[in-house]
Ligand binder design. Structure first.
Ligand SMILES: Nc1ncnc2c1ncn2[C@@H]1O[C@H](COP(=O)(O)OP(=O)(O)OP(=O)(O)O)[C@@H](O)[C@H]1O
Ligand SMILES: [Mg+2]
Length: 225
């Protein structure tokens, strides 16, 4: 599904050039749960931005479902992004003055569903993360773990082709982290949702079909943790 071939990314800030991704090559097949690890500053989020169609400016090739993603206009890139990816971030990225329902509805704005159907699919997404009773609350009325559940519901509500999660448990305690990881695991095993996740959590090895390490801009697959 995702095929990254010899991708190079350099950040240019005036005199300085920072070569962050060096000939990065890997694939993600449908239904996989891929973990990406590596030290702070090693380029994990940079890579996620490319995979998630947020960043179009890199060298090398990105084939998504056999289509070469290159020289896409911003419009075309956001269209591909909207229908293909669900994002989950460390800091939840919920809109505080929107209710839980309104937050989860966001990816559906262009889907043209009736209000009744919209409410149905929002509720279904909330049920799959275990907190349907929170539908009319505001994010400030929720715990960190509940906020991340809402963020996951928002990420899956439009049935994206894959989920990108960048340190989704980074702001949570270890018990809550495990609950959140179990939700990703359930989505992956029961719904066959493809997951690509950046994490520092070494217990991830039990969930992953593949673990990739960023070391000095190079991506290596490892089997020992
Ligand atoms: N927009 C940017 N402009 C210039 N340099 C950047 C930009 N974004 C990231 N960098 C640099 O690129 C390198 C990789 O950053 P990136 O955010 O991908 O690392 P990371 O592996 O996600 O780190 P962390 O674990 O801390 O989140 C860092 O040295 C960072 O300072
Ligand atoms: Mg990062």
């Amino acid at each position: 599904m995702i095929e990254i071939k010899k991708v190079n990314k350099t950040y240019d800030s005036g005199e300085e050039k920072l070569h962050v991704l060096k000939d990065v090559t890997f694939t993600v097949e449908e239904g996989e749960f891929v973990g990406i690890m590596g030290e702070s500053g090693s380029g994990k989020s940079t890579l996620m931005n490319i995979i998630g169609f947020m960043d179009n400016k890199f060298e090398g090739e990105y084939f998504f479902e056999d289509k070469l993603i290159k020289n896409e206009s911003d419009d075309s890139l956001s269209h591909i992004r909207n229908e293909s990816v669900g994002f989950v971030f460390q800091n939840f990225n919920l809109i505080d003055n929107y209710t839980v329902r309104e937050n989860i509805e966001l990816p559906l704005l262009y889907a043209g569903l009736s209000p009744k159907k919209t409410r149905e699919v929002v509720l279904k997404a909330l049920e799959s993360v275990g907190i349907p009773e929170k539908i009319d609350k505001y994010p400030t009325q929720l715990s960190g773990g509940q906020k991340q559940r809402v963020a996951i519901a928002r990420a899956i509500v439009h049935k994206p082709k894959f989920i990108l999660a960048d340190e989704p448990t980074g702001a949570l305690d270890s018990v809550t982290s495990k609950e959140i990881m179990d939700i990703f695991k359930k989505l992956n095993t029961e719904n066959k949702t493809t997951v690509v996740m950046v994490t520092h959590d070494r217990t991830l090895s039990t969930y992953c079909t593949k673990i990739l390490f960023m070391v000095d801009g190079n991506l290596e697959e490892r089997f020992d943790l």
